[in-house]
Design a protein. Structure first.
Length: 269
């Protein structure tokens, strides 16, 4: 881990993840905070924003950031995605911890900026996630697990270097997966498939009611997606010792070699 910590590429990736997360949260949450915002000049309020607009803002902003910094940090922008990539041996434990830390920090910074911009908005929840009427904690947890599962499954599948059949835009595919999750989950939980984004709103709004759901659900969904893809759908031939090396030394020290049977083995470069 020490060798990875000293690399400039490591710190560039950390900075990229922080900046991209800040921009993503600002754009996506900002798209939802215009709900009934007062127009002082005419003493009226704007029309209520719709779910499609918010879902597209989340999806397109993720796609844009993935296209912008994906080559630097991988543009995880979500602790659940980072956990999935860790379990599929795409990053080290050190990088995963640093990514999740700066993702949360970026979300807090962006939400704080939005709090200042929308200070005149009454009952401003700052995009705080919560359970809708009639939805229990268990039901909300289930929703978060499912929508995050499909997102992380999409991420690990489209970023699988063994694949040669992908001809479209990978960032767009991930962005559409994010938009799809929001279209499904907003009515139930506000869609907390991104724990860092939920954390930013909870910190600035000082409201952690049912906040555990938006960490446990996405992390379970992300972990399950990575494990099922890596061990069942597209298994690798590497043993546990090789995985430990990636987790401790970083993916830059190892590469994945494939064969005609689509099974791969991790080998030192």
């Amino acid at each position: 881990m020490a060798s990875e910590f000293k690399k400039k590429a490591f710190w560039r990736a950390i900075i990229a993840e922080f900046l991209a997360m800040t921009i993503f949260v600002f754009i996506s949450i900002g798209s939802a905070l215009g709900v009934n915002f007062p127009v002082l000049e005419t003493n009226t309020t704007s029309r209520t924003q719709d779910i499609v607009k918010v879902s597209l803002a989340f999806g397109l902003s993720i796609a844009t950031m993935a296209q912008s910094v994906g080559h630097i940090s991988g543009a995880h922008l979500n602790p659940a995605v980072t956990l999935g990539c860790l379990l599929s041996c795409q990053i080290s434990i050190l990088k995963a911890v640093m990514y999740i830390t700066v993702q949360c920090l970026g979300a807090v910074v962006a939400t704080a900026i939005l709090s200042g911009i929308t200070s005149g908005l009454q009952n401003n929840s700052l995009g705080l996630n919560g359970l809708s009427d009639g939805i229990s904690a268990g039901q909300g947890l289930g929703v978060e697990i499912i929508v995050t599962f499909q997102l992380v499954l999409c991420v690990v599948a489209v970023t699988d270097k063994r694949r040669t059949d992908i001809s479209g835009s990978i960032p767009l595919a991930i962005g559409l997966s994010v938009a799809l999750g929001h279209l499904v989950a907003i009515d139930y939980t506000g869609c907390g498939m991104n724990p860092a984004r939920s954390f930013g709103s909870a910190v600035i709004a000082r409201n952690f009611s049912h906040h555990w759901i938006f960490w446990v659900g996405p992390m379970i969904g992300g972990a399950a997606a990575a494990i099922i893809y890596d061990f069942i759908l597209a298994p690798r031939t590497s043993d546990f010792t090789d995985r430990i090396k990636v987790w401790t030394r970083g993916a830059d020290e190892y590469q994945l070699d494939g064969d005609d049977s689509a099974r791969v083995e991790m080998k030192p470069k």
